[in-house]
Structure formats: C-alpha cells, structure tokens
Write a protein that binds this ligand. Structure first.
Ligand code: GLP
Length: 256
C-alpha cells in the first residue's frame, strides 16, 4: 500500500489526480470508478482544472459509480446519479452515455436485485475498472458496504447503518429523510478494480483510517479489505492520518 500524507489541500488534490491519470494512461478503453461524498471533491476539481486547461481529455473514459440510495425520486439533488453528474461527470468532461450509476429506482426488491446484478456484470463486461476512487465512512465503510458486509460481496441491495444515516443527514432536511436502503458495489466487486485510490481528510476519519490500514482484516471494518489488494494508494491529509501509529512505514511510492 502506498500511503501518502499531504501537507496541504493542493498537494492532496494533485497527488490524487496524478494517481488517476497514471492509472488511466495507456489503457485502450480506460474505465474509472467514481465515488460520491466530500472526500473526492478536490480530486474532481483538480482533474476538471486539467481538462479545462486542455492538458487532459477524459471524454473516452467509461465510468461506474460505487453506490446509490434506494427510493429517491428521479432528479432528487441528493441521488447519487445527480451528485455524480454534478460533482464528477460534468467537471471531468465525461460522456454521459459512458457513465453508469447503480439503479435505486426499481419498485420491487426483486427488480432492484436484478438490476444490481446487471450493474455488476456490466463492470465485468467493460473489462473491469482500471482505478476505483474510494472515500471511507466514519464507521469504516467503503461504498455503502457497512460493517459486517461480506468481504466477497457483489453489487447488491443493502441497509444503511444508523451512523451512516446520521452522517448523511446533513444533506437532507432530517435523518428521517435519509433512505434506509442502498445499492452498492460489493467489497468483492471493488477488490476486482486494478487499482484502488482511497481518499480521506479531516479528524473524523482518523480512527476509521487507522483501523483500515493498521487493524486486522475484518468485516467489522470494511475498508480493511484494502489490505487484500496489491495496488492501493491512500491519500490523506494530516488530520486523517492522525490515528496512524506506524507512520515511519509510510514513505510513499518506491523511487530509485
Ligand atoms: C457516503 C458514500 C461513500 C463515501 C462516504 C464518505 O455515505 N456512500 O461512498 O465514501 O460516505 O463520505 P464523505 O467523503 O463525504 O466523508
């Protein structure tokens, strides 16, 4: 695992953007895994700046989002379809026809489940994801894989943990409005991406980051599954790195 602790927001954004650009370069049909949340916003802004500046072109990139709420009406500003369009697809200049978000709108559990399986199969059919961007929940979740999710889970309908609903209540009028269900790429699905990029900022993530990186591999901390993956980059600010006890071991990528 390459763990990079960045001294300031510009370094955070540039480091993350460089990792994405490197992972997508030289791929015939580049495929990017997008995350929602505040953690990837500096990355999207930096990639958007490079696209606007003409030094980067992502128009041919295929993209898959990590997760979606179940049951929000089409066009709801907090549906991840909308968030991905606003925060990622538009600034990055992605082709909307190449961006796919899990479908949380089907009326029955059977249909939601079938569409989740179809989403999972579409990732495989596209040749897999070259680089998957990830945030981390304060409870250690990745995507919406809450603690006790199977480490080999696939894209599926899942429940949101009470703590996640509380954390995400800031985007709704009240916690009651936060959906109880979601569709999320599974941990097994996420682990199939060729490269994983975990981004975290702020003291609220310090404990989850330390458990994920330095704790045991356990379904209690879904992000600890990253320990199973051979190509992981973790980009942190000082506050999110605040709980790490083995800082001397995180020297960043190997260079000669
Ligand atoms: C949300 C999303 C996750 C995201 C996480 C952290 O619930 N489903 O994909 O990584 O929580 O969000 P933030 O980056 O805003 O802290």
């Amino acid at each position: 695992m390459d763990v990079v602790v960045c001294p300031d927001p510009d370094a955070f954004a540039a480091t993350a953007a460089d990792v994405v650009v490197r992972a997508l370069a030289a791929r015939g049909a580049p495929t990017l895994g997008l995350a929602t949340g505040s953690s990837p916003l500096p990355l999207y802004r930096e990639l958007g700046r490079r696209v606007a500046g003409g030094v980067l072109d992502l128009a041919a990139v295929r993209a898959f989002a990590l997760d979606e709420y179940v049951g929000l009406p089409a066009g709801h500003p907090q549906s991840y379809r909308e968030v991905i369009r606003r925060d990622a697809a538009e600034p990055l200049g992605l082709d909307p026809a190449l961006v796919r978000v899990p479908d949380g709108s089907a009326p029955t559990l059977e249909q939601l489940t079938a569409r989740a399986a179809a989403f999972d199969a579409a990732i495989v059919a596209a040749g897999g994801i070259d680089i998957q961007v990830l945030g981390i929940g304060s409870d250690g979740h990745i995507g919406f894989n809450e603690p006790m999710s199977s480490l080999s889970s696939r894209t599926r309908v899942a429940r949101l943990a009470p703590r996640t609903r509380q954390d995400n209540a800031r985007f709704f009028r009240s916690v009651e409005e936060v959906p109880r269900l979601c569709v999320t790429q599974g941990i097994g699905t996420i682990l199939e991406a060729r490269h994983l990029l975990l981004l975290a900022q702020g003291p609220g993530k310090a404990e989850a980051v330390a458990s994920a990186l330095e704790g045991p591999l356990t379904a209690s901390v879904p992000a600890s599954a990253l320990q199973l993956h051979a190509e992981v980059t973790v980009v942190l600010d000082e506050a999110a790195a605040g709980g790490l006890r083995r800082r001397e071991l995180y020297a960043g990528p190997i260079t000669l």
